[in-house]
Design a protein around this ligand. Sequence first.
Ligand code: IMP
Ligand code: MG
Length: 177
Amino acid sequence: MIKEINGRKFELLVTSEDITKKVEELGKQITQDYNEKNILIIGILKGSFIFLADLIRGIENRTEIDFIRVSSYKSKMAPGDLEHVMDLGTQLKNRHVLLVEDLLDTGGTLTYIKDLILSRKPASFKICALITKNKSREKNIDPDYVGFEIEDKFIVGYGTDFAEEGRNLPDIYVIED
Ligand code: IMP
Ligand code: MG
């Protein structure tokens, strides 16, 4: 199935059924690992909002949710400077923080936010990324939970965008060569 988004052609990479299964598995694993602890789940906007919404419904622990917004890809597909657009409203001291990200590319965004969170002294810190790109990263960052590892290609759908389009697609698409 081919979709045209912002004038570029994309093909189906991961179906919504496969995403649902994987997200349920992640929720079960997180429930098991956190063992009744209260989790503060932090989503990175905007890309993580759909993943986070599905993920938390598979987590049985008590949870609180907050969001942080950082913008890295200012336009189209070229990485720009990081911009810290919106901070958290929650105190992190002594909290069990689980950071939820749509996808890990260079690692720049996650490294920036990880450092920020750790400087606020949470009781524990873990990262859950739906997707990681299979590439050598400029930043050495290793998520504790990963949904899918994919090739180093541009994707769109299930919250991720191409110049702000395509976030509403239920499946994940990859750009055609
Ligand atoms: P990083 O800082 O290079 O790891 O990039 C992470 C952020 O860039 C993610 O939160 C995504 O929102 C965005 N990003 C990276 N690769 C893609 C992609 O293939 N499609 C859509 N957004 C992407
Ligand atoms: Mg993003």
